[in-house]
Ligand binder design. Structure first.
Ligand SMILES: [Mn+2]
Length: 334
């Protein structure tokens, strides 16, 4: 770990600026990891990283986290990055399908826990560990080895990142995640965390739930739900997590439109199943997907597609991939 820190510091040592980018529509793990990387580099090199993100931060908890971080986050669209702008990617990697780099950007650092699907990474520094449940876990190791005692806000954000990504260490988590979680726990701001987790939501939030539950169709162990047009892209994942609790559920696929894309979220209950593989099969030839263990997601550009036909096609693809007869009658929730 010490040599990894040295290599990281070395790779960033001559930079004057650094754009730190989490993936599109960043989640708490991506946001906390971006903030932590800035903190480490500022501590080690006095390098002031700028965090920039694409997509939107829509989920109420994530908005509350951003407010709590009190750290400027710039939408990519508002950037004017010079050619050759050095970029660090966190919780994603080049070619992942959930990151759009500014034109001419040069990826210098990559820290992620998603396994690259194809090709070799050529960044000067990369630390990719598919065996950990959250990128925040990796950043905690850098803080520890650098001898940094994280301030309460950073500990809280990283803790929340690990907590949400692993459902409190219960999903896709390993020993490194547990160690990071317990390292952070005494340092967190308990009240702030409770406020983030219980963030207030607008009435539309429940409207989306209502639609998702009415639209849920159950085919043996697969639940498929079409959320229609969503207020923010994370809604598909949020509802997929909820539906996965249904007694009969082994797989959940939720789809919903946001801006010009169909967002696809995939969940499975079984550690033997591979959510990423199903997500990739679903979007094959249509869009991009990625994931980690039992959770995955993807998106399909809607241009040139009829929303309902596309959704029907995804149902057929899911049934075929899961060896469920296409003639299986669909049940409803109630
Ligand atoms: Mn993430």
């Amino acid at each position: 770990m010490k040599s990894r820190l040295e290599t990281l510091v070395q790779a960033a040592s001559r930079l004057e600026t650094l754009l730190v980018m989490p993936h599109h529509n960043p989640d708490p793990d991506a946001l906390a990891s971006a903030a932590a990387l800035c903190y480490v580099l500022n501590h080690q090199l006095k390098l002031a990283g700028q965090i920039a993100y694409g997509g939107i931060i829509g989920r109420a908890e994530n908005k509350a986290l951003v407010q709590y971080l009190n750290q400027p986050l710039t939408p990519v669209a508002e950037l004017s990055s010079p050619p050759g702008q050095p970029v660090a990617l966190v919780d994603t990697h080049p070619g992942a399908g959930n990151i759009m780099l500014p034109a001419g950007a040069a990826v210098i650092l990559v820290i992620d826990h998603h396994l690259p699907l194809s090709g070799q990474l050529t960044a000067p520094f990369f630390d990719i560990r598919p065996d950990v449940g959250a990128t925040a876990t990796i950043l905690v190791e850098y803080l520890e080895v650098a001898g940094i005692d994280p301030p309460g806000w950073l500990a809280t954000a990283l803790f929340y990142g690990i907590k949400t990504n692993t459902l409190g260490l219960g999903r896709n988590a390993g020993p490194a995640d547990a160690a990071a979680y317990h390292f952070l726990q005494p340092k967190i701001d308990v009240e702030a965390l409770a406020n983030i987790e219980q963030a207030r939501v607008p009435p539309q939030y429940f409207k989306c739930f209502d639609l998702a539950l009415r639209n849920a169709r159950i085919y043996n162990g697969l639940i498929f739900s079409d959320l229609g047009v969503m207020d923010y892209p994370d809604q598909a994942a949020e509802i997929a997590d909820l539906l996965l609790r249904l007694e009969r559920a082994r797989w959940v696929v939720c789809v919903g439109g946001h801006q010009q894309a169909l967002i696809v979220s995939v969940r499975t209950r079984s550690r033997q199943d591979n959510a990423e593989r199903l997500a990739i099969t679903l979007v094959h030839n249509l869009g991009a997907a990625g994931g980690h263990g039992t959770i995955a997601g993807g998106q399909i550009p809607l241009a040139g597609h009829n929303f309902n036909e596309l959704t029907a096609q995804l149902v057929q693809r899911a049934l075929q991939a899961l060896n469920i007869s296409p003639d299986t009658p669909a049940d409803t929730l109630f």
